[in-house]
Ligand binder design. Structure first.
Ligand SMILES: Cc1cc2nc3c(=O)[nH]c(=O)nc-3n(C[C@H](O)[C@H](O)[C@H](O)COP(=O)(O)OP(=O)(O)OC[C@H]3O[C@@H](n4cnc5c(N)ncnc54)[C@H](O)[C@@H]3O)c2cc1C
Length: 432
């Protein structure tokens, strides 16, 4: 008898998992597989990368649930193509089920694995799972993709009303492969614990209820911190949306931004290395490395920027309002290429998501699909007065704030603002 495989990737849960639902419905025994992909792991800068630790914890939790069903997760470590060659040798695989992943690396990986499976006559079925709407589901009337958020969000909401999103029931058929595989430790895959505390996966109703009033104030616990769970699928986007829709339209709006950036990445993969608007690739960045180091260390002398950068270094998370301010500061005040900041965030953020990070950076730098216009330069001092008026957030992350040890602003705001506008304007006016 052949078996079917559910290949977990960024959907590390048993409930409301579309590919798993279809694998269970298939009727044959289901083997759950996860691959620690060496092509991704080798590129990580730190051997104590907290995202790997998070995945390891999530896999252990998943395995505990599988054990109660008499099964366990088969975890492999290697390049996906090689692992699949081994699996094809070891098992009589009838069909492979997985959920869509829209990142360019994942698309290439799935194409290669799909070809390999096809060469052995094994169907590879993939499904939409990690977003509400994907690819071409939300387009303009003429079928082309939206590149501006507001009309996209209107269409998204009207489609949602028609689509009747719901959660899938969990199959209780018990057709899991009965096995007792060992889960490799972090050390066995070349990593170690970093001691980071991960946010809980529970969706807190009080946060949703007060989200619209509190979400912009970094001193408050006013946002969900669910990004890492959405990233690795330890919560279901449908479950979150259905809950959010009861309490907070403004939270739903943020989930639409998430879909929007995934859609942009899918249609315009050039954004990974270039500006969405090509003219902005001609900006003559200053790219001063010493300035970049001060920004990373949270020693710019602008307290909101510094508090944010220190929060990121200490916790792997930064408040959205502050992400916008630090990104604007790097690209506009220091005229450092947005890709430098994007790479630093990618290394540090627990909730790093290629599409949203790229979209957020291009927005802040003014070169994105739905960008803040280049002449809008955040004033970090005014942002702080508005969103941290009592200095609570700043004092939490900068104990020496107001003392002689705290640096003076590394650049004058008015000068930097005028310089950025002039560099951007000259670039855009320069003939190609
Ligand atoms: C420069 C910059 C870089 C960013 N990098 C990332 C990133 O790597 N990964 C990431 O998930 N978000 C990123 N964002 C968007 C946003 O800052 C984070 O999603 C949010 O701060 C995460 O905190 P939270 O989970 O408490 O969000 P909440 O406010 O509780 O929102 C709930 C969820 O909605 C989604 N969301 C919220 N705001 C946005 C947004 N503007 N764009 C896309 N999705 C959003 C996230 O999945 C988030 O977890 C970035 C924003 C900027 C300005």
């Amino acid at each position: 008898m052949s078996i079917v495989i559910i290949w977990f990737r960024r959907d590390l849960r048993l409930n409301d998992n579309v590919a798993l639902f279809h694998a269970m419905a298939d009727g044959r025994e289901v083997l759950p597989v996860f691959i620690f992909d060496t092509e991704i792991l080798q590129k990580l800068q730190s051997r104590s990368d907290a995202r790997v630790e998070f995945i390891s914890q999530a896999l252990n939790a998943l395995n505990e649930r599988l054990k109660r069903r008499g099964s366990s997760l088969l975890i492999k470590h290697g390049s996906p193509e090689k692992v699949w060659q081994e699996l094809i040798q070891s098992y009589q695989i009838g069909t492979v089920y997985a959920n869509h992943d829209y990142e360019p690396y994942a698309l290439k990986r799935d194409e290669k694995v799909g070809k390999l499976l096809a060469s052995h006559d094994i169907p590879f079925h993939t499904f939409k799972d990690q977003v509400i709407f994907e690819k071409e589901e939300i387009t303009k009337e003429n079928g082309t993709p939206y590149t501006v958020f507001t009309p996209y969000s209107h269409k998204w909401k009207s489609r949602l009303a028609e689509a009747s999103v719901k959660m899938l029931p969990e199959h209780n058929k018990g057709n899991w492969c009965q096995q007792n595989a060992c889960i490799p430790s972090l050390e066995e895959i070349g990593f170690r614990q970093g001691g980071v505390k991960f946010p809980a996966s529970a969706v807190q109703e009080d946060i949703l209820t007060r989200y619209a009033e509190q979400r912009d104030f970094p001193a408050l616990h006013g946002t969900s911190q669910l990004g890492i769970h959405l990233r690795f699928g330890t919560i279901s986007i449908r479950q979150l949306l259905l809950k959010a829709a009861q309490f907070s339209p403004s939270f739903v709006n943020e989930l639409i931004w998430r879909d929007f950036y995934q859609m942009i990445l899918w249609h315009y993969p050039h954004v990974i290395s270039s500006a969405f608007k090509p003219a902005y690739d001609r900006i003559l960045w200053i790219n001063n490395e010493a300035d970049f180091e001060r920004w990373k260390a949270g020693e710019t002398g602008y307290p909101l920027v510094d508090a944010g950068m220190r929060q990121l270094a200490a916790t792997g998370w930064m408040h959205n309002r502050v992400r916008m301010v630090v990104a604007s500061f790097l690209t506009k005040h220091l005229l450092i290429d947005w890709r430098w900041g994007e790479t630093w965030f990618a290394e540090k953020l627990l909730d790093f998501e290629l599409a949203s990070n790229n979209g957020g950076w291009q927005w802040a730098a003014g070169c994105g699909c739905d960008a803040a216009p280049y002449f809008r330069v955040f004033n970090p001092q005014l942002q702080q007065e508005k969103f941290d008026p009592k200095h609570e957030y700043i004092l939490k992350w900068i104990p020496e704030y107001g003392l002689p040890g705290y640096p003076k602003p590394m650049v004058n705001h008015e000068m930097a603002r005028a310089r950025a506008i002039s560099v951007y304007r000259n670039t855009l006016n320069r003939p190609v």
